[in-house]
Design a binder for this molecule. Structure first.
Ligand SMILES: Nc1ncnc2c1ncn2[C@@H]1O[C@H](COP(=O)(O)OP(=O)(O)O)[C@@H](O)[C@H]1O
Ligand SMILES: [Mg+2]
Length: 462
């Protein structure tokens, strides 16, 4: 459960250990090597000077060498020795046993330098061949014990260790606190998500600060809000739908009950009652068909769009609705341009056109007119339905596309409306990437304007 916290802390600790190890090893190695180099060069040049001075002697012996060496400052060396070609000691500043191995090599003509570094000191030695006019005459041997440099290095090392351990511990503590703080906030976020997942859509995550985690919280809140709205919409839809279905069903029951209960009802009345039952059944059928259309539009994800000519679709819709217009005494006019093709489903275009034109006829006045316009712009295809009817009050306009919304319930019901027509139009337009607006017509009436994206000739294949 706390794996993120654990992993970050483990990573931090590993990094610190690595840093500490590096800090405690590398500087010592580096300074040790620097001292080795320095010793090598200073001892080499010292030995070369000694060799040059000693070679100048006519005879190599203890006294002669001692005299020559007295001109040099050899206080830094623990031991200075000179041997002849056989390895016999000619001069030695101490009387301990000499390292014959290195001297042996020097007598073979090679300069041998050695240096070692221990807790206490740098121990260095150098053996160098002596020659006089190209002839080997012996070897000179220098030895040095340097405790000062060793002490210096170890002191620096001790300080480094203390400082790095302190900083490391502090970093671990601060890092731990920081990680704890972050994981606490993530846990709080997870708790909020659980609450929302449990169905509490009124829950809001408490947001502090401006960082990524707060951003997550804000997104969660937005998501919850959307869920809350959706849930409320769903509830309202179910309630509205049940109500819408309940009314005709209640009428049907009432009518059938009256037929059953009244003995000796005359044939004419019964026929009237049955016709009414039929009307109510038709209303139910219309409503359920529209509900099915809406639910299909909701789920329409992977249908294959085809080119639909809006002019043809509009002509067909006008032909279908002409009887209704005649019945209402409304004149149908149209301005339909060629080449107004959109990509989509012909069925949906029919729904859009027939619902808009039907409304324009139904909510019109006798002697009024309806104008259907279809035209193509640069990158849009537009469709508009204008009427000279009763108009839609400004207050109702924002809700006009809601399911079951009707401005005048009585009038709409009388006209056989369900309040679902414009929802279908709206959803179908959106499903085709279009947009729809509603505004008042002058001097009276309503204008519905729909815009679709204009497909390229590549898309339509025309
Ligand atoms: N062209 C219009 N003129 C006036 N009112 C309209 C027009 N179109 C729609 N309305 C109003 O919007 C409501 C919703 O329309 P719609 O969704 O098609 O439902 P209905 O089934 O009632 O026609 C209608 O009841 C009506 O009050
Ligand atoms: Mg309608």
């Amino acid at each position: 459960m706390h794996s993120i916290r654990f992993r970050i802390m483990a990573f931090l600790a590993l990094l610190l250990v690595l840093l500490l190890v590096l800090l405690n090893i590398y500087p010592v190695i580096y300074s040790r090597d620097a001292v080795f180099q320095e010793k090598h060069s200073s001892m080499s040049s010292q030995a070369a000077q000694l060799a040059a001075a000693v070679s100048g002697l006519e005879r190599l012996n203890q006294a002669g060498i001692a005299e020559v060496l007295s001109f040099f400052d050899l206080s830094g060396y623990d031991r200075v020795a000179v041997v002849d070609t056989t390895g016999a000691v000619l001069y030695d500043s101490t009387d301990a046993v000499l390292d014959t191995e290195d001297i042996g090599r020097a007598l073979d003509g090679r300069t041998v330098f050695r240096s070692s570094f221990t807790e206490a000191a740098f121990r260095s030695s150098l053996a160098m061949p002596l020659s006089d006019q190209g002839e080997r005459t012996g070897a000179v041997y220098l030895q040095e014990l340097d405790t000062e440099r060793a002490e210096g290095i170890w002191t620096v090392q001790r300080h480094l260790r203390t400082v790095s351990l302190t900083i490391g511990a502090a970093a671990l503590v601060i890092g731990g606190l920081f990680v704890l703080l972050i994981t606490r906030r993530i846990e709080a976020l997870v708790d909020s998500m659980r609450a929302v997942a449990g169905g509490d859509y009124r829950y809001r995550h408490l947001i502090r600060g401006q960082d990524e985690i707060s951003e997550l919280g804000r997104e969660l809140n937005q998501l919850t809000e959307r869920l809350e709205t959706n849930e409320a919409e769903r509830r309202r839809f179910v309630a509205d739908a049940s109500h819408e279905l309940k009314t005709p069903l209640a009428s049907i029951r009432l009518l059938s009950d009256s037929i059953v209960q009244s003995d000796g009802m005359d044939c004419e009345t019964m026929r009237e009652f049955v016709a009414d039952i039929g009307d109510e059944a038709k209303r139910l059928q219309r409503t359920t068909e529209k509900l099915l259309t809406l639910s299909r539009l909701d789920n329409e994800v992977n249908y294959i769009p085809e080119p639909v000519d809006l002019k043809q679709a509009a002509l067909d819709a006008l032909t279908l609705l002409r009887p209704l217009a005649q019945e209402k005494g409304v004149r149908l006019c149209s301005e339909l341009r060629e080449g107004c093709v959109v990509m989509g489903s012909r069925d949906d275009m029919d729904h859009i056109l027939s619902n808009l034109i039907e409304n324009a006829i139904k909510y019109n006045v006798p002697g009024g007119s309806v104008l259907v316009r279809v035209e193509a712009g640069e990158d849009r295809v537009s469709l508009s339905v204008e009427d000279t009817g009763i108009g839609i009050p400004e207050a109702d306009r924002p809700s006009i596309f809601d399911r079951f919304y009707r401005v005048d319930k009585a009038r709409s019901r009388e006209a056989g409306g369900s309040g679902l027509g414009l929802s279908i139009v709206h959803d179908a337009v959106l499903a085709h990437g279009g947009s729809i607006t509603v505004k008042p017509n002058k001097p009276q009436g309503t204008v519905f304007a729909v815009q679709f994206p204009r497909p390229t000739s590549e898309e339509t294949g025309i």
